[in-house]
Design a protein around this ligand. Structure first.
Ligand code: GLY
Length: 338
């Protein structure tokens, strides 16, 4: 098979106290608790998660607290409050959470509640089910004391109306990528104007892993469209014996390869977190080479030893790390030259 494989190693960050960087197979490792999350906005989310991890708290509590930060951020238009709406003007949220015991909960196409991740956690803890969707998820949230909110901010409404004027009234696959391809480099996914899903993974002082993933999904999607983020195994997977993984980017391609589960199984076979993420990216390329060239997908992984890594299809993916006294954002390695 001809492989047009143009992996460019992004700059390694400066050596960091307590971490291991090996030049041949670059691995990064934390001793003690650690939280990692997708994109540059993960840094602020990690701060909240770290408050729990640093005081011996549970990784499940840390990831929930962490991802609530971008969920509530009015400047972040791809997660929670102020998320870009679907093509009919409805803000619909997808989220899931998973703990060290394999317990998991998820909401799909939830409306009118900012903290979808907390509703997902309650699905896990208070119901016999794993997934609640749409109106049922909303009714459940109301029954648990959440307040009905309007998530569509004036800025998101204006962006939607602008999109309606320029685009046909039909779903545009990969609209996020279309936007960044048409704009300068700082508009890449993860740049200041074009964020995406937050996926967060944490290892606590008891050596237990948890993860959370939350998003408003693809901007201006078809009504009812659900991406990878609330699907256990696709947008998030945690196996406390091995490690945890999460994904960001165009969810359709992640679902096709059950991406996060694939990454964890790669680690089970002995791959480093970064190599497992690269293997999942290569699977996407192999399945749909023409599609893969024009979309962004990124994977992030953390194993039980505190090693972590990431890999994406395209330049522009970043991830945030907090461990000990280290707080940084690292550019992800990627498959295609842009
Ligand atoms: N990864 C987010 C989505 O595709 O909805």
């Amino acid at each position: 098979m001809e492989r047009r494989h143009f992996i460019r190693l992004s700059a390694l960050t400066a050596p960091l106290m307590g971490w291991t960087d090996r030049l041949t197979t670059p691995k990064r490792k934390a001793s003690g608790p650690i939280v990692i999350s997708t994109w540059d906005f993960g840094k602020a989310a990690n701060v909240e998660a770290w408050k729990i991890l640093a005081t011996g708290g549970r990784s499940l509590d840390a990831v929930e607290a962490g991802v609530k930060v971008p969920e509530a951020d009015p400047d972040n238009h791809t997660v929670g409050y102020s998320g870009f709406p679907d093509r009919d003007g409805h803000v619909t949220l997808d989220a899931c959470i998973m703990d060290e015991f394999g317990n998991c909960g998820s909401v799909m196409a939830l409306e009118h509640v900012t903290h979808a991740i907390s509703v997902a956690r309650l699905v896990m803890e208070k119901t016999p089910h794993v997934v609640l969707a749409g109106e049922g998820a909303f009714q459940f949230a109301m029954s648990q004391g959440f307040k009905k909110e309007n998530l569509l901010t004036p800025e998101s409404e204006a962006a939607w109306k602008n999109w309606l004027m320029k685009e046909k009234y039909e779903p545009v696959m990969n609209i996020e990528n279309k936007l960044w391809k048409d704009k300068p480099n700082d508009e890449l996914p993860g740049g200041k104007h074009n964020h995406d899903t937050i996926g967060m993974l944490a290892l606590d002082a008891s050596n237990n892993l948890s993860g959370a993933c939350t998003t408003s999904g693809m901007a201006f999607k078809m009504r009812g469209r659900v991406g990878d983020s609330p699907i256990i195994g696709a947008g998030l997977f945690v196996d406390n014996e091995i490690g945890a993984a999460t994904s960001t980017g165009v969810g359709e391609e992640v679902i096709r390869c059950v991406g996060s589960h694939l990454v964890v199984e790669g680690m089970r076979q002995g791959l480093s977190p970064e190599d497992a993420c690269r293997m999942a990216v290569e699977r996407i390329v192999k399945k749909k080479p023409a599609t893969a060239k024009n979309i962004q997908v990124g994977f992030l992984a953390l194993n039980r030893s505190g090693e972590f890594g990431a890999f994406a299809l395209q330049k522009g993916f970043s991830y945030a790390v907090r461990s000990g006294n280290v707080e940084t954002v690292i550019p992800g390695k990627y498959y295609y030259n842009s």
